[in-house]
Structures are given as structure tokens and as C-alpha cells.
Design a protein around this ligand. Structure first.
Ligand code: ADP
Length: 164
């Protein structure tokens, strides 16, 4: 039976930490859907179409990964797509509390959808989209932290002429 996981997130932008979870998830599941959720409480650097494009480019070497966007509730999306599991990455203890809250809420909403956690690769344990954006804003080298397509997109966003 085909096992499908959804890897949800803001991906603003996708980093090598995200990619590591997606690649490892794609070895465990038959199919992984990377779904961009537009978190209303965050003001994103990249719009949804840009984020979709960057994820598609960064994951094009993984045949059993597809990319999608959802504006609704994660559990509704997961049910509609009939996924077997929600796959999330865990970096540090600081992630735990937040993930515990979200997972409990999702279980409350739909107890049939299981959430699985994958521990980060230790070399990415400090890595977040926010840290990457902060570094790129000041023109630091982020080539080890993000796929090259993202590095280029960040350079473009933070061109001196585009920063106020
Ligand atoms: P959200 O806004 O939903 O937290 P993110 O794009 O920040 O979305 O993260 C999406 C998922 O990727 C989350 O499960 C997060 O814990 C995981 N993740 C982010 N960065 C890393 C990393 N460096 N290593 C492992 N997992 C990560």
C-alpha cells in the first residue's frame, strides 16, 4: 500500500535543514507532499508563488516528492489528500513545546492523522529560515545553508537597491 506523508511548513525560504527532512522522508514514505502553508501571523519575505518555485527547484532531484500550497487547516488538507502522516522536523528542545501544541490540536481535530517527527541532522540543528534571512540581509555567505537557487533568490531580494 502506498504510504503518503505531508511535510507542511512556511518554507520562507526552504533551507538545507528542510531539504534534509524531505529527502529522508522520501526514503521512508512512497510519496511526500511538501505543502506551503501561509502562516498569517508571519509576514513573509517570499510570496507563496516564489516559495513554491524555490521548493520545486530544490526538490526536483527527488522523484517521489511533489509540492503544493494550502490556505486552510492542515488537518483538512491532510484528510482531503488522504495522507497517512504529517512529517515534521525537530531541531531543539525549543521546537518541542510548539510542536507538542500543534500536534495535540491536530489530533483533537482529526485523530486519524498521525504526526511523525524526524530529528534534525546535527549540522542543521541551529538552522532556520529566519536565521538565513537575517544573514542574507547583511550579505553573509549562506551557500552552506540553503540550496543554490535560494541563495540566488536571497541575493536578489537583498540587492542594496531593493532594501529601504
Ligand atoms: P512552520 O512555520 O510551520 O514552523 P517552517 O518552514 O519553519 O514552518 O518549518 C517547517 C518544518 O521544518 C517544521 O517541522 C520545522 O521544525 C522543520 N525544520 C525547519 N528547519 C529545520 C532544520 N534545520 N532541521 C530540521 N527540521 C527543520
Amino acid at each position: 500500500m502506498n504510504k503518503v506523508a505531508i511535510c507542511p511548513g512556511s518554507f520562507d525560504p526552504i533551507t538545507n535543514g528542510h531539504l534534509d527532512i524531505i529527502e529522508r522522508g522520501a526514503k521512508v514514505f512512497d510519496h511526500v507532499i511538501v505543502a506551503v502553508f501561509n502562516n498569517q501571523s508571519k509576514s513573509p519575505l517570499f510570496d507563496v508563488d516564489e516559495r513554491l518555485h524555490l521548493i520545486k527547484e530544490a526538490t526536483k532531484h527527488i522523484p517521489n516528492v511533489s509540492v503544493d500550497v494550502s490556505h486552510g487547516l492542515l488537518v483538512d488538507y491532510a484528510q482531503k489528500k488522504q495522507v497517512d502522516a504529517i512529517l515534521r522536523g525537530l531541531r531543539a528542545v525549543s521546537d518541542f513545546e510548539y510542536e507538542m501544541q500543534i500536534t495535540s490540536m491536530n489530533r483533537q481535530l482529526n485523530e486519524d492523522i498521525e504526526t511523525l517527527f524526524m530529528m534534525t541532522n546535527s549540522k542543521y540543528s541551529f538552522l532556520s529560515s529566519s536565521i538565513v534571512k537575517e544573514a542574507a540581509r547583511y550579505h553573509s555567505d549562506v551557500s552552506e545553508l540553503v540550496p543554490s537557487v535560494v541563495e540566488e533568490a536571497l541575493k536578489d531580494k537583498f540587492q542594496p537597491s531593493k532594501i529601504d
